[in-house]
Design a protein around this ligand. Structure first.
Ligand code: BTN
Length: 259
């Protein structure tokens, strides 16, 4: 198990960020950092507040799945108050920040699977769950939840082995959660500042997607689509060319890459 000390003080010390990570709340154990972050957001927490946990007991994944965060891994949630026009870019900002931060602390080559899973050697190392509260044109809050399998021993979770990996399993050594979390917050802060200054993350996110050009199966609600993932639209939707050559726009879904 990772022995580095994760605390609000160790994460924030000389971090040099503008917004994201200027306030950190650390809990050794929580149900779900997204749930706590939403409570903080409703109480008006300062923008960029980050809730970090040493472990999660009821971690939440996309599409009502569970997310496993035993000790030694990373679970954090970032509170933002973005413009409505920026909301769909948060997926891109978050997945790019994860990719950059993994690259900064290792020689691994992470890839993004649409819309925002981060994979290493074809298996998932990070999941992102964005929850927002929107009323009319106003975003009351957006919470970006990021879970990274930093030091997960997949040998202990055989059912996950075909689909998941961890940084420590890939590297054959433990990774410092502290270094990775700090770098992740710096990358998030930079990309979010760029977004606020009018620089879209779209081009870089599109170029880093492993999904494009591949034959895929996409589950969107109760509907399953199959075809070639042709492109992504600027709003983040996947453009899928099906067997009848129709181009289908899919806003959100779960992709399986086919050979
Ligand atoms: C997915 O299904 O891929 C998304 C997983 C998101 C997990 C993170 S861990 C931190 C935050 N708190 C949660 O309960 N979920 C997100």
């Amino acid at each position: 198990m990772s022995k580095d000390i994760l605390s609000a003080a160790s994460v924030t010390k000389n971090l040099g960020v503008r917004l994201i990570g200027r306030r950190v709340i650390y809990y050794p154990s929580v149900t779900s950092t997204n749930e706590l972050a939403k409570q903080e957001a409703r109480k008006g927490a300062v923008e960029g507040t980050v809730v970090i946990a040493g472990e999660q007991t009821v971690g939440k994944g996309r599409l009502s799945r569970n997310w496993l965060t035993p000790k030694g891994n990373i679970a954090l949630s970032i509170i933002l108050y973005p413009d409505l026009t920026h909301l769909h870019f948060l997926i891109m900002v978050a997945s790019l920040a994860v990719v950059h931060s993994i690259e900064a602390v290792s020689n691994l080559k992470p890839e993004i699977k649409w819309p925002n899973d981060v994979l290493i050697n074809g298996r998932k190392v990070c999941g992102i769950l964005i929850e927002s509260d929107v009323q009319g044109n106003r975003v009351n809050y957006a919470v970006i939840g990021i879970g990274i399998n930093a030091n997960l021993r997949l040998a202990d979770f055989p059912e996950l082995q075909p689909i998941a990996t961890s940084l420590s399993d890939e590297l054959g050594r433990e990774v410092s959660r502290l270094n990775l979390v700090r770098r992740l917050l710096v990358e998030m802060d930079r990309l979010y500042s760029d977004l606020q200054a009018g620089k879209s993350p779209y081009d870089e996110w599109r170029d880093r997607l492993v999904t494009l050009g591949k034959r895929v199966r996409v589950k969107a609600g109760e509907t399953v689509y199959e075809g070639i993932a042709e492109s992504v639209a600027e709003d983040g939707s996947l453009m899928l060319r099906d067997a009848k050559s129709s181009l289908i726009k899919i806003l959100a879904g779960d992709v399986t890459l086919r050979e």
